[in-house]
Design a protein around this ligand. Structure first.
Ligand code: ADP
Ligand code: MG
Length: 665
């Protein structure tokens, strides 16, 4: 769609009042990175550019089971909670990550918990079903449960660093706004300042330093991150561009993981023990033995297992036997991986690397099949269950203000810079995270032929509407010749130099009139505020998208109504160009458009009304065009007319695509 800039009266441009610079609140090197996992969570630090390091508990263990027990009226987190899970299945909560940001109605998987009757927010009753019988329920929310886990990890951080200034918490790439918000809330309840949430695959890529290994000067690359955990499988395709990762596609299976390997092996062992109806105690034994055997088989070719309670004497189990059991499960992950590559429109040969994440990628068969499927050896130097936490720690350290080799935050544009266009919509000219110096330009056009000036409003931020962004400067470009709609050509260029000084220049291409201003976009913005603005846009992504669609639909319908109305008015008495009934129908469609414009709060009815008007008036438009051609080209050959038509069409297409060009280096 062609972008138009609104017309206003005023003359001089005005620069936003600079604010006093804010000192940074963040303590450099005091930030932690957290992998808040479904089955396990970890915390890592990487103070002031140091190598990341996992923080251990008092017993020297890295992994904190993501389990919280409320049994006996006490809140216990981790291994101690796990230990009492069998006795108190309804009071020991595990895998609450699956409930985050979900309403009761969204829960379509099995779990042993008692949920509150409300459907909007999800809460779990953790009162003792026996001791508290007759008492009112004791509800906890998944956010609170996650907060308890985060508190334990933050505590490890405080012990190591003396204080914790903030955290980066990882979330699956597919998490939606509600799930992200819930995770941030959990951080806040745990007393953490959440600098930002980071997608798990991006964290893994950061841990491998893939952001610095990209091809070419802009740092380009394509990566697959294969994450097989305890209960979930996630595959993500990432694109690296200009040192920034973008998630191109995600896929996987939210009910497939290492726990399924345990179950497959346990079932085989029960069969061997000829137990078709095991007791809970026997079941617990076989599951524990199966998991231990599985993990041992990642190193050894054979293991010996014995099931005392199930009456199975020592038997040998080979890796080949285990592989045969889990083969079908692993193949499912491979199929999902291929489908996701397809979604991302990426061929496996284009990939620059495959990263393995999650404890279950230690299984040799998994590694072998992944290698075969992607046609390359996956990256696995970093412990697959720590790699996400490492990446979070690196990102946290950067956001706390540390400078790292190869990553100098000052070199990127912290917030997008753009221009307000018709309807209050922001057209981003320089995207966030672009490396500076950079220049970009885009051509805009006029909306109506009455327009002899254009008002330029330079804004900063990630939101879609100018009102929600930070206003940087306004100026006027006057002296534009009167031209039919969409015929004027105003080129606006944004140049951001190495000192982050922005020069915006607008030039009318026919007359050459030009106007420009200078502004310092980072002036008076603290790192905190930048992060806030970015997070804000994430929080509003969905409503922004709708608001932008609506605003665009309004502009489009207004443009079409104006054009058709003008044509109908102009045609006046010209014979044969517009029959009375056709005129009636077109005017009715215009009235319908105007009614839609007055009422609609959604893009769809506007677009429908506009499309109807376009369809109805299409024959009329064609006749006008033919007539114009006949009068303008009488005496020319058919070939000449055809080539003129083709030219006209091309021009139309060029107008359709809004011509943006980035020429930075
Ligand atoms: P999540 O991210 O879902 O919390 P993890 O990445 O911590 O999960 O992975 C947990 C899974 O990894 C469990 O099923 C566990 O049995 C499995 N796992 C851990 N170590 C090994 C190993 N050495 N061999 C095979 N599987 C392992
Ligand atoms: Mg994980």
């Amino acid at each position: 769609m062609t972008q138009s800039i609104d017309i206003t009266g005023g003359g001089l441009f005005q620069i936003a009042e600079p604010e006093a610079p804010n000192p940074r609140r963040r303590a450099v090197g005091k930030a932690i990175g957290i992998d808040l996992g479904t089955t396990h969570s970890l915390v890592a630090i990487a103070p002031k550019g140091a190598e990341p390091q996992i923080l251990l508990d008092e017993d020297g263990r890295a992994l904190l089971p993501s389990v919280v027990s409320y049994a006996g009226g006490r809140t216990v987190v981790g291994r101690a909670a796990q230990a009492v899970a069998v006795e108190h299945p309804e009071q020991v909560l595990s895998s609450v990550k699956r409930f985050m940001g979900r309403g009761r109605a969204d829960i379509d998987f099995d779990h042993p918990y008692r949920l509150a009757p409300d459907t909007q927010v999800m809460r779990i009753d953790v009162s003792d079903p026996v001791a508290d019988a007759g008492q009112p329920p004791r509800y906890v929310s998944p956010v609170e449960v996650s907060a308890r886990i985060l508190e334990v990890l933050a505590e490890r951080g405080a012990r190591e660093l003396g204080e914790v200034s903030g955290a980066v918490i990882t979330v699956p790439a597919y998490f939606d706004d509600a799930q992200r918000q819930a995770t941030k809330d959990a951080g806040r309840i745990a007393g953490l300042e959440v600098y930002r949430l980071l997608a798990e695959p991006t964290a893994a890529a950061l841990a491998y330093g893939l952001d610095r290994q990209g091809r070419g000067e802009q740092g380009e690359g394509l990566f697959a991150v294969y994450d097989l955990g305890g209960g979930t499988f996630d595959i993500s395709i990432l694109r690296l561009r200009g040192g920034v990762f973008q998630v191109l596609a995600t896929g996987g299976d939210s009910a497939l993981g290492g726990d399924d390997f345990d179950r497959a092996l346990a079932a085989a062992l029960l069969e061997q023990a000829e137990l078709s109806n095991p007791s809970p105690a026997q079941l617990q034994e076989v599951m524990q033995v199966a998991r231990a055997a599985k993990e041992a088989l990642s190193e050894a070719e054979t293991v010996t297992v014995a099931l005392e309670r199930c009456g199975l004497a020592s038997t040998e189990l080979t890796r080949a036997q285990f592989d045969a059991l889990i083969g079908p499960l692993v193949k499912r992950t491979i199929r999902a991986s291929k489908a996701t590559l397809k979604d991302a429109a990426v061929d496996k040969r284009e990939l620059d690397g495959v990263v393995l994440v999650g404890g279950s990628t230690r299984v040799p068969l998994v590694r072998a099949l992944v290698e075969k499927a992607f046609g390359r050896e996956p990256l696995l130097d970093i412990d697959p269950d720590k790699v996400v936490a490492y990446g979070a720690a690196i990102q946290a350290d950067i956001l706390s203000g540390s400078e790292r080799e190869g990553v100098t935050l000052l070199d990127v544009v912290p917030l997008s810079l753009g221009l307000e266009t018709m309807g209050g919509i922001v057209e981003k000219i320089i995207p966030r995270n672009a490396t500076i110096p950079i220049s970009a330009r885009q051509v805009f056009t006029n909306y109506s032929e009455k327009q002899t000036g254009m008002s330029m409003h330079v804004v900063q931020g990630e939101r879609e509407l100018a009102d929600d962004c930070r206003s940087l400067a306004r100026f006027e470009l006057g002296g534009i010749p009167r031209l039919p709609p969409s015929m004027a050509r105003v080129e606006v260029s944004f140049e951001l130099d190495a000192d982050a000084l922005l020069t915006v220049t607008a030039r009318e291409l026919m007359t050459g009139v030009k106007q420009s201003i200078e502004v310092k976009p980072t002036y008076g913005l603290s790192a905190d505020e930048v992060d806030e603005l970015v997070m804000d846009s994430l929080d509003h992504a969905r409503e922004d998208f709708a608001a932008r669609n609506l605003a665009e639909a309004r502009v489009e319908i207004g443009r079409v109504v104006l054009a058709v109305q003008t044509a109908v008015d102009e045609v006046g008495g010209i014979e044969g160009l517009l029959a009375d009934d056709e005129r009636e129908a077109i005017l009715a469609a215009i009235a319908a458009c105007e009614a839609a414009m007055a009422e609609a709060d959604h893009a769809d009815p506007l677009n429908a009304a506009r499309e109807r008007l376009e369809q109805l008036s299409e024959p009329f438009a064609r006749r006008r065009m033919e007539r114009a051609l006949r009068s303008g080209m009488s005496g020319r050959s058919l070939a000449e007319i055809e080539s003129a038509l083709a030219e006209e069409e091309q021009l139309d297409q060029r107008r359709g695509a809004h011509s943006a060009e980035i020429i930075g280096d």
